[in-house]
Design a protein around this ligand. Structure first.
Ligand code: KIV
Length: 266
């Protein structure tokens, strides 16, 4: 399979081919998704709540994220790798955003950076893209601002919401973003924004008319006991892990494992 590169996303939007993005945080998972043909592996800051057991994405630091992004980048032969900057790594100034992005790119080998916000971080995005770093935006529900948004709330409802989100999306496009994630945005607003932008939109809980789709892999493949209503379960990895571990425990306790097949002779 050919390596996915940045120019492919605009081409995919032009010919109406949907872009696929899944989160990945480690080497074996990234290898499986790469082999499955996923276009973009996102080392999301959802790492914090999904893999490290934090209550939200907010406590995660740049230094914590880098080894995970490096593992995913090492695994990706086909997929394009996007790494998030966590809360606190870019908001202060364009200089901070460029320094954090360069650090992430150099130490992880990721192909692009993503962070959250629209017009309020457009100067940061411009500085990052001017430094030669591909950038993916993130609008709608932005988990790093969960406290300011009043929790996990659907975005795009109410008078003026479309105009505000469109102004943010256009500011990101103008600043050089190659794509924008739209999270938990009502479908008609996501559809209109997708039509208004030249760059692709990648939706999560944003309906069927964005230019691509992204899911947190643990939600999509059934790892936890809960998944958001917008995420279909395409597998049941959690049950397979529990069953496998339970079989191991039973066979060791019962003396059925190991057998001669698993034993070294003299
Ligand atoms: O961190 C993440 O996983 C994300 C997706 C929800 C898009 O940003």
């Amino acid at each position: 399979m050919k390596k996915v590169r940045i120019h492919h996303f605009a081409e995919m939007k032009r010919r109406g081919e949907k872009i696929t993005m899944l989160t990945a945080y480690d080497y074996p998972t990234a290898r499986a998704f790469d082999a499955a043909g996923v276009d973009i592996l996102l080392v999301g800051d959802s790492l914090g709540d999904n893999m490290l057991g934090y209550d939200s994405t907010v406590p995660l630091t740049l230094d914590e994220m880098i080894p995970f992004a490096r593992a995913v980048s090492k695994a990706a032969e086909h997929s394009f790798v996007v790494a998030d900057l966590p809360f606190g790594a870019y908001e202060v100034s364009p200089q901070q955003a460029v320094e954090s992005s360069i650090r992430m790119m150099k130490l992880s080998g990721a192909n692009a950076i993503k962070f959250e916000g629209g017009r309020r971080i457009a100067a940061q995005v411009k500085a990052v893209t001017d430094a030669g770093i591909p950038f993916c935006g993130h609008l709608g529900f932005t988990p790093q601002s969960e406290n300011a948004l009043g929790g996990r709330r659907i975005q795009g409802r109410g008078d003026g919401a479309y105009d505000e989100m469109l102004a943010d999306a256009l500011a990101l496009q103008e600043a050089g973003a190659f794509a924008v994630v739209l999270e938990m945005v009502i479908a008609p607003v996501a559809e209109k924004i997708s039509a208004a932008l030249d760059i692709p939109t990648i939706g999560i809980g944003a309906g069927a008319h964005t230019d691509g789709q992204v899911l947190v892999w643990l939600d999509a493949l059934g790892v936890g006991d809960w998944h958001p209503s917008f995420s279909k379960q395409f597998g049941s990895i959690g049950a397979a892990m529990r069953d496998g571990a339970a079989a191991y425990v039973a066979e060791v306790k019962g003396g059925q494992f190991p057998t001669a097949d698993h034993t070294f002779d003299e």
